[in-house]
Design a protein around this ligand. Structure first.
Ligand code: HEC
Length: 164
């Protein structure tokens, strides 16, 4: 009887360990499959983020120029969000160490927008545009020249202040 109990105990131990090992293998397979899905998941490149900034830069100009301060403030938020995304998703690009140079011009635009001051908005916007180009120069992309836009980037959005 004693012998039988001992055998039963050993057998239980063995099957228990076997079950744990099986569960470990299943979990490891799940981790491996999630890892490979992460590696192949799509993240936008720096050029795509820049194209987005380009549109917000243009919209910001027409918003500010028309004293549409709520829209201008919104466009600033979009630019700042895109910069945060660049810092998060483009860590493989050495150029992003130059990104902080854009901050002073963004801060000065925020001040101009808060004060609803069109002259200081225009000056700060020029500073921002010059900074885009300075960064393109230091990152060897001086062929990407940004300027203050002449016409709105889209025709299906109103830039005038709807609640003057
Ligand atoms: C880190 C410094 C830096 C700053 C600041 C910066 N850029 Fe760029 N920009 C780059 C780099 C690097 C590229 C090239 C990206 C690539 O390899 O696709 C680029 C590319 C671009 C492009 C070309 C995108 C394309 O694929 O056609 C545009 C447009 C652009 N930037 C607009 C702007 C605007 C507008 C600003 C300012 C509001 C700005 N950038 C600020 C570094 C910067």
């Amino acid at each position: 009887m004693r012998y039988f109990s001992l055998m039963l105990f050993v057998f239980c131990q063995f099957s228990c360990n076997q079950q744990q090992e099986n569960e470990r293998i299943v979990l490891q397979n799940q981790i491996d499959s999630l890892r490979s899905r992460l590696d192949s998941s799509y993240t936008p490149g720096l050029g795509e983020f820049m194209s987005s900034i380009q549109v917000h830069h243009a919209k910001l100009w027409f918003a500010g120029k028309n004293s549409n301060w709520d829209l201008a403030d919104f466009e600033m938020g979009e630019i700042r969000e895109t910069i945060a995304d660049i810092n998060k998703y483009c860590t493989n690009r050495p150029e992003i160490t130059s990104l902080p140079m854009i901050e002073p011009s963004l801060d000065s635009l925020t001040t101009a927008i808060t004060r609803k001051n069109i002259e200081s908005f225009k000056n700060s916007f020029t500073l921002l545009t010059n900074t885009c180009n300075s960064c393109h120069k230091v990152t060897k992309h001086s062929f990407n020249v940004i300027k203050i836009p002449d016409i709105p980037p889209v025709t299906n959005q109103v830039f005038e202040n709807p609640n003057p």
